[in-house]
Design a protein around this ligand. Structure first.
Ligand SMILES: O=C(O)CCC(=O)C(=O)O
Length: 288
């Protein structure tokens, strides 16, 4: 494989975990050399989700899917209630305008590869390399459902509607992010970073997207349909530049391709409407 240029440095973002290479110290036990994330990869090195086309969101320049339920609500709640007791949860410290600030949202990070290390807003992420059995079982399910393997999972704990994640994008080294929601449903907003000024439009996912005026179908109003005709194809949905939806408990949201390049995402604060606790498990195929 051809050697790749180092990744371009980008401005730190408090909500954006950064891959990093830790300097070895003489006292470190022998450990595989840590690897650093990079943007240039062979196509064969990363796979993409190809089996969820019926769940595709109608986003301009974006490859994202929303599966309303990969596990029933009772099981999703049971998984939430078990995972909320993990020892690995902690509140990371963020650098905000040069000051250390403790984040309200707890996180827990796991990796399948001991050489994978990350930085989160300038601080090393406390990475665990031993998966709790339930998390491994859930990852197996997500891998089977999406046809992709993941080497990292970042879990987020939103203890109530006051806990949120601001508008951000993740590193592009995250080739696929498959996010399983457990517990309290929460609003999720996707925003294109460069919408065309005149064309910006949005479609809530709860409402079927409107068909473009030129959409075709095999039947037309002027000719009666022939019973031997194939059934009309559903019209192609209009592409949108913002998208607001509710992530249900047990649902899976997948982002891949150019999503982190052209779109930002957020789970806004909903103090009044959301009293319950939610966990998101963001399974990541991180190229490094
Ligand atoms: O909790 C979620 O659904 C979103 C999490 C997120 O945006 C992230 O981990 O980057």
């Amino acid at each position: 494989m051809a050697s790749s240029p180092p990744p371009r440095r980008r401005q730190a973002d408090a909500t954006e975990p950064k891959s990093t290479k830790r300097k070895p110290t003489p006292r470190d036990a022998p450990k595989p050399k840590s690897k650093r994330a990079r943007l240039t990869v062979d196509a064969a090195e990363s796979s993409q989700v190809t089996c969820l086309d019926e769940y595709r969101l109608p986003l301009a320049d974006g490859d994202a899917f929303y599966v309303p339920s990969i596990v029933d609500e009772a099981t999703a709640q049971q998984w939430h209630d078990e995972l909320v007791n993990l020892d690995e949860w902690y509140r990371p410290t963020l650098k905000v305008y040069g000051k250390d600030v403790v984040q309200s949202r707890k996180i827990a990070a796991f990796a399948t590869d001991r050489s994978l290390e990350l930085k989160y807003s300038g601080h090393p992420v406390k990475m665990s390399y031993d998966y709790p059995p339930l998390l491994r079982k859930i990852q197996d399910l997500v891998e089977a459902r999406t046809g992709c393997l993941y080497n990292h999972v970042m879990a987020n704990l939103y203890e109530d509607g006051g806990v949120y994640i601001g508008k951000h994008r993740d590193n592009r080294e995250n080739r696929v992010i498959a996010s399983l929601s457990l517990g309290q449903p929460r609003t999720f907003i996707l925003t294109h970073t460069h919408p065309p000024p005149a064309l910006s439009t949005s479609a809530p996912s709860d409402v079927p997207p409107t068909a473009p005026p030129h959409s075709t179908s095999s039947s037309s109003s002027s000719s009666p349909s022939d019973p031997t005709d194939p059934p009309p194809r559903p019209p192609a949905p209009a592409l949108v530049y913002t998208h607001r939806s509710t992530l249900a408990s047990g649902s899976l949201l997948v982002m891949q391709g150019a999503m982190q390049q052209h779109w930002k995402h957020e789970v806004p604060r909903e103090k009044r409407a959301c009293k319950g606790s939610r966990i998101s498990l963001t399974f990541r195929q991180l190229v490094f």
